[in-house]
Design a protein around this ligand. Structure first.
Ligand SMILES: [Zn+2]
Length: 95
């Protein structure tokens, strides 16, 4: 489900790009997290696996749902009636 997490630094702030395949429609989505605190929390969450409660994460609900379930924007909208524009589709690479 979780494909990859890329860490980097942008304008002095840490950033993390989390890419997940939607378990529903198999499309790849990603969310970019920005800011030292957010990225640190995200790192803790990812390294602790499912033992970490997503409700404690300092992100908006759709982003927490994305991290937990991997649902893409459209599937999340269908299921919960809400989503976030921060969840973006990954364009397929040309081969
Ligand atoms: Zn989907």
């Amino acid at each position: 489900m979780l494909i990859s997490t890329e860490f980097g630094v942008y304008r002095g702030q840490r950033r993390a790009d989390v890419k997940i395949t939607c378990p529903f429609c198999s499309r790849d989505s990603h969310v970019v997290f920005f800011g030292n605190n957010k990225v640190e929390t995200l790192t803790d969450y990812l390294s602790s696996g499912i033992s970490f409660l997503t409700q404690d994460l300092p992100f908006e609900a759709p982003i927490r749902e994305f991290l937990k379930s991997g649902y893409c924007r459209e599937c999340m909208e269908l299921m919960f009636g809400t989503s976030s524009t921060k969840i973006k589709y990954v364009k397929r690479e040309r081969r």
